[in-house]
Design a binder for this molecule. Structure first.
Ligand code: FAD
Length: 468
C-alpha cells in the first residue's frame, strides 16, 4: 500500500508539486517492498472453553452468570469473604426496590449454578498465556490452585471516596449519602427533631481530589432527598450543587424533588460552601455558600449535613501489570476503543465491566457486565482463534536472549523461554498485534514482522529518492 491520501495529499495539500514528487516516491517505495512480500500463513489455535471472572460484585456476578448460562464453566474469584461488593451498601434504588435483595438473589444463583466455581477470600497470584489459553494461579488461604481458561473478565469494582472536608469525622451531624442510606433503612431512621438537611454535591470530585465526575452522586442525592421527603414531608432540604447531572430518567426525580420543595443552590468550584461547627459536637452546623445565581451569600443552620462523595477504583496496579493491560490516569481500566470495543481490553481475551472501568449506576453495571460476558463468549463459542497474520518473528540465530523485547512488548506477546539454553525470545502469535515495538528495540535485529521484513524496509529506503 502506498498511502497517498494520509501521508501525502492531506498533509501537503498546499504544496501540490512537492506532494506529487512525494507521491511518486511513496509508490516507488511500495513497489520495491512488494518485491519482497511472501504469503503469510493463517494459523488456528484451540480455545480452552472456560472463563475466569475477577471480582464478585454486581458486575462480576452478572458476567459469571451470563457466561455460565451460555454453557461455559466459569471461575469467579472474590478477594472478600462474601459476594456483592458496593451494591450491598445501597438500601434503595430509585423505584424503592432493595438492591441488597437483588444482590442476594444473584449471589444465590451464582453459588448454586453447576458451571460456576466461586473462590472467595482468594486472589489472582499470576497469569500467563494468551487469548484462548490462559493459565492462572489463584492464591487462597488453604494453598494455591492453577486453572486453565480461554478468556477473563476484570470486575474488580471500586469504593466510596473517603471525605476529609466539611467536618466529616469531626461532627456527628456530618455523614455521607451511603451512611444516610443505611440510616433510612434502619428501624429509627431520623429523630423527629430534625428540621433541616443540607446536602453538598461533588465532594472531592471534579478537580478536587478526584479529577472526574462519578455519575451516580447526583442521582443518589435526589433519591435520598425524595426518600426523606416521603418520610418527613415537612423537612427542609437544600442541595448545594455545581451542575445537577440528572441524566436519562433521573430528570423525573429532579423535577419531583423541586415539586416537593427541595431547594437547589448552585456553587462554583472556586467558592465552595463553608461549614462551621456549633458549640459542641452535637449542636447545629452553619453552612454558608455564595449562590452565583442570586449574587448573594446563603446562610443555613442544619441538623444534618450529607456529603455526596464519588467513587474511587480498587487499586489496579498489581493486576494491571500482571495482565499487561492499561489503566487511565484515574486508575480505571482503559478499554481498547471507547466506541468500537468498549468492553475489550487491549490484550485479546480480556474484558472489563462495572466500576473497574468507570463510575456507573447499578443498571449500567449490569448492562455492561452482560456486554463483557457476550464478548467473552465469542472465542469460547468459536472454539478456536485465528491470530493476526502480521506477527513478529524471532531469528534464533541472531537472538542473544537479552529480554528487551519482553520488557517493552505492550501485549505480553513475546517472552524469553527460560527452559531453553541459550536463552531465546519466542513470539506468542495469538497475543501479538504486529505493532513492531519488539523489532525496533532488538539490539541485534533478530526480530522482524511479517510484511515488514528487514529486506522489505531496506528495499523501500533504497527506492526513496531514486529518479524515475
Ligand atoms: C459511593 C457509591 C454510591 C453509589 N450510589 C449508587 C446509587 O445510588 N444508585 C446506583 O444505581 N448505583 C450506585 N452506585 C454504583 C453501584 O454500587 C455500582 O454500579 C455496582 O455496585 C458496581 O458493581 P461492581 O461489581 O462493578 O463493583 P463492586 O461492587 O465494587 O465489586 C467489586 C468486587 O470485586 C472484589 N475485588 C476487587 N479487587 C479484587 C481482586 N483483585 N481480586 C478479587 N476480587 C476483587 C471486591 O472485593 C468486590 O467484591 C454507587 C457506588 C458507590 C461506590
Amino acid at each position: 500500500m502506498a498511502n497517498i491520501r494520509d501521508q501525502c495529499s492531506w498533509v501537503h495539500m498546499h504544496e501540490p508539486e512537492a506532494a506529487t514528487a512525494k507521491a511518486k516516491d511513496l509508490v516507488r517505495m511500495a513497489v520495491a517492498k512488494a518485491a519482497h512480500l511472501t504469503a503469510l500463513p493463517e494459523q488456528r489455535l484451540p480455545v480452552t472453553p472456560s472463563a475466569l471472572v475477577i471480582g464478585g460484585g454486581l458486575a462480576g456476578m452478572t458476567a459469571a452468570l451470563t457466561i455460565a448460562e451460555q454453557g461455559f464453566p466459569t471461575t469467579l474469584v472474590e478477594q472478600g469473604d462474601t459476594l456483592g461488593g458496593s451494591a450491598l451498601l445501597l438500601t434503595a434504588d430509585r423505584f424503592g426496590g432493595d438492591p441488597r435483595k437483588i444482590v442476594a438473589e444473584l449471589a444465590y444463583k451464582v453459588k448454586i449454578h453447576p458451571l460456576i466455581s466461586v473462590r472467595a477470600k482468594a486472589s489472582v497470584a499470576s497469569v500467563s498465556g494468551y487469548v484462548g489459553n490462559f493459565t492462572t494461579t489463584i492464591a487462597k488461604k488453604a494453598g494455591s490452585e492453577v486453572i486453565n481458561h480461554g478468556v477473563m473478565v476484570i470486575a474488580t469494582g471500586g469504593k466510596p471516596y473517603a471525605p476529609k472536608q466539611y467536618l466529616y469525622g469531626d461532627s456527628e451531624r456530618v455523614l455521607t449519602q451511603l451512611e444516610l442510606e443505611q440510616r433510612l433503612a434502619s428501624s429509627r431512621p431520623l429523630s423527629a427533631k430534625i428540621k433541616q438537611v443540607v446536602m453538598i454535591q461533588c465532594v472531592g470530585s471534579r478537580g478536587a481530589d478526584l479529577a472526574y465526575c462519578s455519575r451516580v452522586c447526583c442521582g443518589q442525592a435526589l433519591k435520598n432527598a425524595l426518600r426523606l421527603k416521603t418520610l418527613m414531608p415537612e423537612l427542609s432540604i437544600f442541595i448545594y450543587y455545581r451542575d445537577m447531572r440528572a441524566y436519562g430518567f433521573l430528570e423525573d426525580d429532579y423535577r419531583k424533588a423541586r415539586e416537593l420543595g427541595v431547594i437547589f443552590i448552585r456553587y462554583t468550584p472556586e467558592n465552595p460552601p463553608k461549614v462551621t461547627p456549633g458549640h459542641s459536637k452535637s449542636s447545629l452546623l452553619k453552612v454558608v455558600g455564595y449562590d452565583p445565581l442570586l449574587g448573594e451569600e446563603v446562610e443555613l443552620d442544619t441538623d444534618l449535613l450529607v456529603l455526596s462523595v464519588g467513587i474511587v477504583p480498587e487499586d489496579p496496579t498489581i493486576l494491571s501489570r500482571m495482565l499487561k493491560v492499561p489503566v487511565t490516569a484515574d486508575k480505571f481500566y482503559l478499554e481498547a476503543h471507547v466506541k468500537l470495543r468498549p468492553v475489550d481490553m487491549a490484550v485479546d481475551g480480556i474484558y472489563v465491566c462495572g466500576l473497574a472501568h468507570a463510575p456507573k449506576s447499578m443498571d449500567e453495571t449490569i448492562a455492561q457486565a452482560q456486554a463483557a460476558a457476550g464478548r467473552a463468549c465469542q472465542p469460547l463459542a468459536k472454539g478456536s482463534i485465528s491470530p493476526e497474520p502480521i506477527v513478529s518473528h524471532v531469528d534464533p540465530e541472531l537472538c542473544i536472549g537479552c529480554g528487551a523485547c519482553e520488557i517493552f512488548c505492550p501485549y505480553k506477546a513475546i517472552t524469553i523461554d527460560k527452559e531453553v539454553k541459550p536463552r531465546k525470545a519466542m513470539t506468542l502469535t495469538a497475543s501479538c498485534k504486529g505493532c513492531g515495538v519488539c523489532a525496533a528495540r532488538c539490539p541485534t535485529m533478530a526480530i522482524d514482522m511479517g510484511r515488514f521484513t528487514l529486506e522489505g524496509i531496506r528495499a523501500q529506503i533504497a527506492a526513496f529518492g531514486e529518479s524515475v
